[in-house]
Design a protein around this ligand. Structure first.
Ligand code: 26W
Length: 820
């Protein structure tokens, strides 16, 4: 007998149909006959929301009245994906919904498709935040996600006739958005500019202009926990004319200009991923949401108190800083405690240190935000004073610990050169209680390299929490066929809230019948994706070929170039007859990747992939053997459809560059095998699923360092090009115009980089990458063996649930837990 723990329906199908009809009639004003799929979507969303309200209110009440510390997850990005299916699952209303929409004359998929995906994040960091708030709610930890409701999310990606990326605006709020509730009655004032004056021996900030921060609240329902948390995204509104008149004459003109532009603060998500822009507007965004959130937390936890005792603030809420983007919250809390609540420096410092922790999500030094001090001084003069004082205190502390002068110089939060700047990662590392990396290797490298000076002085601050992904969205919802098989195999569906139970599938890897069913599920998912690809992208996929996927942001360190060069090489070998076409394993290679709009090399790589795709897919010589597609606009919906349909996943970053990766976890959990380097969480995936069930290739971090030391990036790559005819041929084909109608200029920057610089060592790892392909193909030719390996990947990947990550945060960093 199968144990079912999924939430039970609170109402019958007929009752739920009635609730949707009520919404249609009384809120939307349409009859069921008039209702379109979009109407029914809005009505269903409102109806399911009503079922979550009681648990939402109870969670808030218990959070404030109880003594369980809450978590405030401060993040500039929350990449949530569509909400309806997740809300229905957690409310126990999926079947009722399906029956209801059929009764109204629709197919469930039509209604789900009517939702527009919000894109309020760039990639891994934003999606991780979304997984974490799902897990916090599912475990029952009281929590707020605090962020920004951008009016334009990540751009929509199209390709022009030359294969170039075209960005178009993502106006996701063009139609009714039924999930967010804008709460004008819980607004906050956020101020900027002006100056700091001395009044009665105190420093007093006289800002020049203010913005109204209005919260938009999203319910975050837990799975089977009866808890519903809040995602509070702030939107900027300008105050009215009356408010402007309170400024004195001389400041009026200065005041009015930004006031008019106030709403621009939350207008757009910066599409930059890993290279900070240093733009004033971005700092405004960061301060805007963090200042509003800190004031909001005080309002929530000290309701109605004019003079709250904030000495216990860190017992009420702990703030997790999701990368450096919210780090300006540190001087803000200091300012609030001192200037608004009258605490002295030391008391404020003690509270602040206990309240904040910092997660670093990168290893690229250029991705660590550094703000020019004069910019901070212009926008936030009081904060700059506080930062400088923190720096002075820090330097004094280091001196008292006898830290060497040159090390102190390297560690300064406020640099003392001719153009002083503020290093946000250093500020966070000093001011917070804990600093964590996002995978074991990454945390080690943070300690040994990126933040070595800090870990030497403050070793007890450094922790690891390996990333995770929510099994609700990325297994249960995205892969219903495999989920049903897992539940059948385990005899329970409890794995959805305790993913370590997947271990129970290990013995089934030796059960031929189970493995066959597993392979059938994969095939059905591939067939379904072919249908999806036809309707969404107009392309024909052959689902009898191996589906080989590489989806992630386009970045040189992730090495999409390595994959495309390998592909070109295979193509050339088939064309030249070097390999017999009958010996080629049929493959469909799919890429999905957005490039930052200003990242020339990444954009050129997209153009190359599109043109390789054009040439290969139109070449009758390789038909049925090799197909390449660059799928446009990679987003959560595409991930949910493509990952369960993938046989082979590419995680081929240069060792020591990918902090963790989370796509890698989603693929392993959905029964794809990984070809990957020893980087980020690949290391842990390989350890857990077993080296024999993972296709490892390429240099290690130490080998990479050794090559750099030999001067690789100053001409070292050419040696590899000269030595390996496969590599030479592939590079030459890009250079000679094979993929640009004979135009040798199009890819010359790319080719030139490969041959003279190649910072991420694509050339050096090419040989190893080609060699592993033979092993991959031989394994794939034994379907039962491949499927068995895939089963073992699923069975041993339970560790990568974001529930486990959150448990680790609770134990190692937050020191709190679930509500009673
Ligand atoms: C504006 C500058 C900027 C923007 C974004 C700097 C840095 C970032 C992020 C840290 C980039 C990011 O998304 N990092 C990814 O975080 C994931 C979640 O921890 C990891 O799995 C990825 O390895 C890491 O690249």
């Amino acid at each position: 007998m199968t144990e079912i723990t999924a939430p039970k329906a609170p109402v019958t199908s007929d009752e739920f149909t009635g609730e949707i009809r009520e919404q249609l009639k009384y809120t939307q004003g349409v009859t069921p006959e008039q209702a379109t799929a979009a109407d029914v979507y809005v009505a269903a969303a409102a109806a399911v929301r009503r079922h979550l309200v009681d648990a939402w209110m109870k969670t808030q009440k218990d959070m404030v009245s109880g003594d369980t510390k809450a978590v405030g997850y401060l993040s500039a990005e929350f990449l949530m994906g569509k909400q309806l299916s997740n809300a229905l699952l957690n409310a126990g209303l999926t079947e009722q919904f399906e029956a209801a929409v059929k009764a109204l004359g629709f197919e469930p998929q039509q209604i789900v498709d009517a939702e527009y995906e919000p894109g309020l994040g760039n990639g891994g960091l934003g999606r991780l935040a979304a997984c974490y708030i799902d897990s916090l709610a599912s475990i029952g930890v009281p929590a707020f996600g605090y962020g920004i409701q951008y009016r334009y999310g990540i751009f929509k990606q199209k390709f022009d006739d030359k294969g170039r990326q075209i960005e178009t605006p993502d106006y996701w709020l063009a139609n009714e958005e039924p999930w967010g509730h804008i709460d004008y009655n819980r607004d906050q004032r956020v101020s900027f500019g002006g100056k700091v004056v001395e009044e009665n021996g105190r420093r007093v900030w006289k800002p020049a202009w203010s913005v109204r921060a209005v919260p938009v609240d999203y319910m975050v329902p837990g799975y089977t926990s009866q808890r519903v948390n809040t995602l509070r995204l702030w939107t900027a509104k300008s105050y009215d004319e009356f408010d402007l008149l309170t400024f004195n004459e001389s400041e009026y003109l200065d005041a009015v200009k930004p006031q008019v532009a106030a709403e621009n603060i939350t207008k757009i998500l910066y599409p930059e991923d890993s290279t900070p822009q240093g733009k004033a507007l971005r700092l405004e965004q960061q301060y805007f949401f963090v200042a509003a959130s800190i004031h909001d937390a005080i309002r929530v936890f000290y309701p109605g108190e004019a003079n709250p005792d904030l000495t216990n603030f860190a017992d009420k809420i702990v703030f997790q800083l999701n990368d450096t983007h919210p780090v300006i919250g540190i001087p803000e809390l200091m300012r609030v405690l001192m200037d608004e609540h009258g605490y002295d420096w030391d008391t404020a410092w003690g509270i602040t240190q206990k309240t904040f922790n910092y997660t670093c999500h990168t290893l690229l030094p250029e991705a660590l935000e550094v703000w020019p001090a004069d910019l901070i001084g212009e926008l936030l003069p009081r904060h700059l004073e506080i930062i400088r004082k923190i720096n002075d205190q820090f330097v004094a502390e280091l001196e008292s610990k006898n830290v060497a002068a040159d090390q102190i110089e390297r560690m300064r939060i406020y640099t003392d050169d001719e153009r002083p700047s503020v290093r946000m990662a250093f500020l966070a590392s000093y001011a917070g209680s804990y600093v964590n990396g996002v995978a074991e290797l990454h945390s080690e490298l943070l300690k040994d390299v990126t933040l070595k000076d800090f870990s030497d002085v403050y070793p007890q601050k450094f922790a690891n929490v390996t990333n995770g992904v929510t099994p609700r969205r990325f297994v249960r919802l995205s892969n219903p066929r495999m989920s049903a098989l897992i539940t059948e195999g385990l005899g329970t569906d409890r794995w959805i809230s305790d993913l370590s139970l997947l271990k129970g599938l290990v013995p089934l890897a030796d059960d031929a019948e189970f493995v066959r069913k597993f392979a059938d599920v994969k095939q059905a998912n591939k067939d379904a994706f072919a249908v999806f690809a036809k309707s969404h992208y107009g392309i024909d996929l052959d689902s009898s070929t191996m589906f080989n996927t590489m989806v992630k942001r386009l970045h040189e360190y992730k090495r999409q170039s390595l994959k495309i060069l390998a592909l070109i090489s295979t193509y050339a070998d088939i064309k030249s007859g070097k390999v017999n076409v009958d010996d080629v394993l049929p493959r469909t290679v799919m890429f999905g990747a957005k490039s930052a709009p200003g990242y020339a090399m990444a954009k050129l790589t997209i153009r190359l992939i599109n043109n390789v795709s054009r040439v290969v897919n139109n070449d009758p010589d390789v038909k049925g053997k090799l197909a390449v597609h660059m799928l446009p606009n990679y987003n959560i919906e595409m991930a949910e459809n493509l990952i369960p349909a993938t046989d082979l996943d590419e995680q081929i970053s240069q060792a020591g560059k990918e902090a963790s990766g989370t796509g890698n976890m989603k693929f392993a959990l959905n029964g794809a095998l990984t070809v990957g380097t020893l980087d980020g969480a690949n290391v842990e995936i390989r350890q857990l699923v077993g080296a024999e069930n993972f296709f490892l290739f390429g240099m290690t971090v130490d080998e990479v360092d050794k090559l750099y030391a030999e001067g690789y990036d100053h001409g070292g790559s050419r040696k590899y090009y000269e030595a390996d005819p496969r590599l030479k041929q592939a590079v030459d084909m890009v250079a000679d115009g094979t993929f640009s109608d004979g135009d040798k200029d199009v890819y010359k920057d790319l080719v030139n980089d490969w041959l003279t610089h190649d910072y991420f060592m694509t050339m050096a790892d090419f040989g190893a990458y080609m060699d592993i392909q033979a092993e991959i193909e031989n394994t794939y030719r034994e379907p039962a063996k491949w499927a068995r390996m895939a089963v073992l990947n699923v069975a041993n990947s339970g560790y990568f649930s974001s529930d486990r990550s959150i448990e680790d945060y609770l134990e190692r960093i937050w020191h709190t837990g679930a509500l009673a």
